[in-house]
Design a protein around this ligand. Structure first.
Ligand code: PMP
Length: 429
């Protein structure tokens, strides 16, 4: 397979294919992947990299997993896809049953969709339609905290961090929502009640026009890899309930044990009214997501004309995705991740600790299978990534952050290689 991709092919990629968050005129370098197996990504040039990213939080069981491959192949023999409008099928029902069993109590009405961003759009539409249908039509806005990330589609973008997100690019065109400051008290620190005061004040002032509050529970991911105190989330649940506002938990990145709990909401013991899941739902095999809500919200939406929820993507309930998601849930349930993730967490603490004393490092933090090195300054992505690849690891920094969330199957030795490479690269003057 060595050298299989020609220079011409790579030239085509550079000229014609958009990669995520990159320029078409001055694109960042890309590396050609030939295959992926377990915790490794194999490059076309023969190099083998320990994967520190789980391909953006999703490949939690590693790549090319025999059980997941089997599930896809088995389903492929029956049907890869049929429309969900007017038809149903075993994989969708089976996955639904499994999810109802897994979700926090009360979340049992499931809307399958295509991707995380769409799951967030669906959640926002559910909240707005619920308010409309239940005679609360003044409630048309969302509230959230700064530093969040919820996806790249329109409604999702409008609740991303207003400074670091894409608001300035689309100023005047995005829906206007309410933002409280980013929660300040970190996970594991002593709780300070003043942290919730701005959100309490925001809700007190604007509750009559707010349909829902949306947050990433406990871990703010792509908006800055920040871990905040679960009491903040608990208070958010109390206040939203008090004002009759819906609480949307975006568990797209945190769900399926990434933080050490099945869902990050469980750190605070709260049940949201709407939960978005995606990414690891299919073990990283394909794009798929779901927006899950309570009977109250679903019945509210159905209670007045048009009585139907107005969303229905072409690939809704895709059988291949449902089948592989069931197999991924089997692995989650039969694995010893419950024991392994705390071990990964301690290894990350130990192995990233030396970074704290390196010049230019602002903070090192770890939660579950997530490790973050926050630098003082913007990271030169192309340069740092090249140095990491030279050391046999795959990490994709952004902003001031070099962070990892490896597949749960990673061994201690591979973690040592991953963290060792990061520490070595940032130690260089
Ligand atoms: N919400 C969160 C918390 C995410 O981390 C992401 C993706 N990074 C999304 C939503 C959007 O998901 P997708 O990229 O599948 O649209």
């Amino acid at each position: 397979m060595k050298g299989k991709i020609s220079d011409k092919a790579l030239e085509f990629d550079k000229k014609n294919l958009w990669h995520p968050y990159t320029s078409m005129t001055a694109p960042l370098p890309v590396y050609a992947a030939a295959g992926a197996q377990g915790v490794y990504i194999d490059l076309e040039d023969g190099r083998r990299l320990v994967d520190g990213m789980s391909s953006w939080w999703c490949a939690v069981h590693g790549y090319n997993h025999p059980a997941l491959n089997r599930a896809v192949r088995r389903q492929l023999r029956r049907m890869s896809h049929v429309m969900f409008g007017g038809l149903t099928h075993r994989p969708a029902i089976e996955l639904g049953r499994r999810l109802v069993g897994l979700m926090p109590e009360g979340l049992d009405r499931i809307f399958y969709c295509d991707s995380g961003s769409v799951a967030v759009e669906v959640a926002a539409k559910m909240a707005l339609q619920y308010m409309q249908a239940t005679g609360q039509s003044r409630r048309v806005q969302l509230a959230t905290v700064c530093g969040g990330y919820h996806g790249d589609t329109w409604q999702a973008m409008s609740v991303c961090d207003p400074v670091g997100g894409m608001h300035s690019l689309y100023a005047g065109r995005l829906p206007v929502h309410h933002f409280a400051p980013r929660p300040q008290v970190s996970f594991g620190a002593e709780w300070d009640p003043r942290d919730f005061e701005p959100m309490a004040a925001l809700l007190a002032a604007h509750h009559s026009t707010i349909a829902a509050v949306i947050v990433e529970p406990v871990v703010q991911g792509a908006g800055g890899m920040w871990f905040y105190h679960p009491v903040y989330l608990r208070l958010l649940r109390e206040y939203t309930s008090k004002y009759g506002i819906l609480l949307i938990a975006d568990e797209i990145a945190t769900g399926f044990m990434r933080t050490g709990k099945m869902f990050a909401c469980q750190w605070a013991g709260v049940v949201p009214d709407i939960m978005c899941i995606g990414k690891a739902l299919t073990g990283g095999y394909m794009s798929f997501a779901a927006t899950v809500t309570t009977p109250r919200v679903a019945e509210g939406i159905g209670s007045s004309p048009p009585g139907v929820f107005m969303h229905g993507p072409t690939f809704m309930g895709n059988p291949l995705a449902c089948a592989v998601a069931c197999a991924s849930l089997d692995l989650l349930e039969s694995s010893d991740y419950g024991r392994r993730i705390p071990q990964i967490e301690s290894a990350l603490h130990r192995l990233l600790a030396p970074a704290s004393s390196i010049d230019g490092v602002r903070d090192v933090r770890v939660l579950g299978a997530i490790g973050v090195v926050e630098m003082e300054r913007q990271v030169d992505v192309a340069q740092v990534q090249r140095m990491l690849v030279e050391r046999g690891v795959w990490v994709r920094p952004f902003g001031r952050l070099i962070y990892i969330m490896p597949p749960y199957i990673i061994t201690d030795r591979e973690l040592e290689q991953l963290c060792g490479a990061i520490v070595e690269v940032i130690s260089r003057p």
